[in-house]
Design a protein around this ligand. Structure first.
Ligand SMILES: Nc1ncnc2c1ncn2[C@@H]1O[C@H](/C=C/CNC(=O)c2cc([N+](=O)[O-])cc(O)c2O)[C@@H](O)[C@H]1O
Ligand SMILES: [Mg+2]
Length: 214
């Protein structure tokens, strides 16, 4: 039977990346997406901006919305300090199956908890289910019309503290206009746009970094 793109991406990781070497997993996926098939990973150009924000924040707790195949999950987790934890939410079971294997190949199972389900259902349960108080960093990369409602939900559930960082992918392409308007105009956030390009293309896109002011 016909394979899926995520399955072919995983095969490329298992063929070209070294087990236990997260950066080689990232490199293998970028190579696959540049040379074989485009896929909606944050990619290498925006990935460098992601790396610099993760390194600057040095977070103990990270939430990722939208695992997909685990590219940004592995990229972020490879930079976390010891004992730091990353929870990533993915509601498509087929994608979750692939992402778990990509995470395992990178050897990052101990730092990453992949939770299958919808962000809207799980955000309210973060404290009771995972003992999380607040998140130091949230990476938003799921359906673009969910960025704003989920941000408001995280505020309501007390998952953000003074200084928590939201980093959002695709604020230009495909675009998240309502989210952008909110974080740029709300007195509760200090926002900054990092101009870049849509993964593996020359189309403009960028990341929006927003500090929650409490
Ligand atoms: N509420 C939710 N809870 C849990 N998981 C959820 C979710 N909503 C979506 N997901 C999952 O997150 C991924 C979706 C990403 C949407 N990105 C995109 O649509 C996207 C598109 C382009 N593009 O078209 O160029 C470029 C990009 O960088 C993109 O991230 C999928 O794996 C999906 O199953
Ligand atoms: Mg994206």
């Amino acid at each position: 039977t016909q394979s899926t793109r995520p399955q072919r991406m995983l095969a490329a990781v298992q063929k070209n990346a070294t087990r236990g070497d997260p950066r080689s997993v990232v490199k293998a996926i970028d190579q696959f997406c540049r040379q074989k098939e485009w896929a909606m990973n944050v990619g290498d150009e925006k990935g460098c901006i992601l790396d610099s924000v993760v390194s600057e924040v040095n977070p103990a707790t990270v939430l990722e919305l939208g695992t997909y195949c685990g590219y940004s999950t592995v990229r972020i987790a490879s930079l976390l300090p010891p004992h730091a934890k990353l929870i990533t939410l993915e509601f498509n079971p087929d994608n979750a199956v692939i992402a778990r294997q990509v995470i395992a190949w990178a050897g990052l199972e101990d730092k990453i908890q992949l939770v299958e389900g919808a962000s809207g259902d799980w955000i309210p349960k973060m404290k009771e289910e995972f003992g999380v108080k607040t998140f130091d960093l949230v990476f938003l990369d799921h359906w673009k019309d969910r960025y704003l409602p989920d941000t408001k939900l995280m505020e309501e559930c007390g998952l953000l503290r003074k200084g928590s960082i939201l980093l959002a992918d695709n604020v230009i392409c495909p675009g998240t206009p309502d989210y952008l308007e909110y974080v740029r105009n709300s007195p509760r956030y200090k926002s900054q746009y990092f101009k870049s390009h849509l993964e593996y293309t020359k189309v403009e896109d960028g990341l929006e970094k927003s500090v929650f002011l409490g």
